[in-house]
Design a protein around this ligand. Structure first.
Ligand code: CP
Length: 320
């Protein structure tokens, strides 16, 4: 194990206590986090992929919604850095007995914790938590609002293909309205100078994306012929009142907005991403997800490194 942290560009004044959303982070903050994540990504390839720099920290993963990638990669990141980790799941907690969110977090905080990684179905919960406890709060997804660590790992993965994202053309295709990944990616990518077009059914297209500065298309061929990277999204039924009533059928959705092997042949240049979980046969054909144009599993690997970087920086350790 090594304890030597050699952060890059340590002149940047990273002063954030929390990561609630990328709206709060400047371009330089984002580039700084991504630069530090390169160091942690290298650690993951070492024979002993550990750097016990958070061994004096106690972190609670507070998950009120289901998760595979975000929760496990946060836990792995915390363990790789030597932190004490406790996991809270709504389904096996006293929330079932009626305990409020405020009482839950205040009771957990009384056990002396330093950081909280929170996922909740309601937008704004991470902000609410900052008013309840002193711990650093990291948003791991709040409703359809933001999922900042997902966007950071997405941008980190894009940088492995295009080190400078300035002027790169990024398409985000699918259920835009119910996605928290979209908002964080649009905010972050535009700050880094990328061109972002979102594409999906009109019934799944919120007004805010154009207000943020993204372009909108309803034609998948138009965006695939233009983009350097295409990020597909699943239909997020858990955040839809009417479920698939919002669109005629899953079959029609796939016909109009699914990425196919034919698309890969017709447009040979774009790279495929997806935040997961992939619904094979809906937003993309199964062969597309497994093709050599897909970097979906690299996103997952990079998620551990990016989360290590965020945990490190929010622990207050911005200097060697
Ligand atoms: N991308 C993402 O948030 O996946 P999980 O829901 O599995 O965490």
């Amino acid at each position: 194990m090594t304890e030597n942290i050699e952060l890059q560009d340590s002149n940047h004044d990273f002063t954030h206590k929390h990561l609630l959303g990328l709206a709060d982070y400047s371009k330089d903050d984002i580039l700084f986090v991504l630069e530090q994540a390169k160091y942690f990504r290298e650690i993951l390839d070492r024979p002993v992929p550990k750097v016990p720099t958070l061994r004096d920290k106690t972190i609670v993963n507070l998950f009120y919604e289901d998760s595979t990638r975000t929760r496990l990669s946060f836990e792995l990141a915390q363990k790789r850095m030597g932190a004490d980790v406790v996991n809270f799941s709504k389904g096996s907690s006293s929330v079932k007995k009626g305990e409020s969110l405020k009482d839950t977090i205040r009771n957990i905080s009384s056990m002396k914790i330093d950081m909280v990684v929170a996922r909740h179905k309601s937008p704004g919960v991470p902000h609410f938590l900052t008013r309840c406890v002193d711990a650093a709060i990291i948003n791991a997804g709040d409703g359809a609002h933001e999922h900042p660590t997902q966007a950071l790992l997405d941008m980190f993965t894009m940088q492995q293909v295009y080190p400078d994202l300035t002027g790169k053309n990024i398409a985000i295709i699918g259920d835009i309205a119910h996605s928290r990944v979209v908002r964080s990616n649009v905010i972050g990518l535009l700050k880094l100078g990328a061109n972002v077009t979102v594409c999906g059914p009109k019934t799944m297209m919120p007004a805010y994306v154009e207000e943020l500065g993204a372009d909108v298309s309803y034609n998948i061929d138009e965006v695939l012929s233009w983009c350097d990277i295409a990020m597909a999204l699943r239909i997020q039924l858990e955040r839809q009142e009417g479920g698939t009533e919002l669109f005629p059928s899953i079959r029609e959705y796939h016909q109009l907005f699914g990425i196919t092997m034919e698309h890969l042949e017709e447009y040979p240049d774009f790279t495929i991403m997806h935040p997961g979980p992939v619904n094979r046969g809906v937003e993309m054909e199964s062969e597309v997800a497994d093709s050599d144009r897909s970097i979906i599993l690299s996103q997952v690997t990079n998620g551990v490194a990016v989360r290590m970087a965020i945990l490190y920086l929010l622990s207050g350790r911005t200097r060697v």
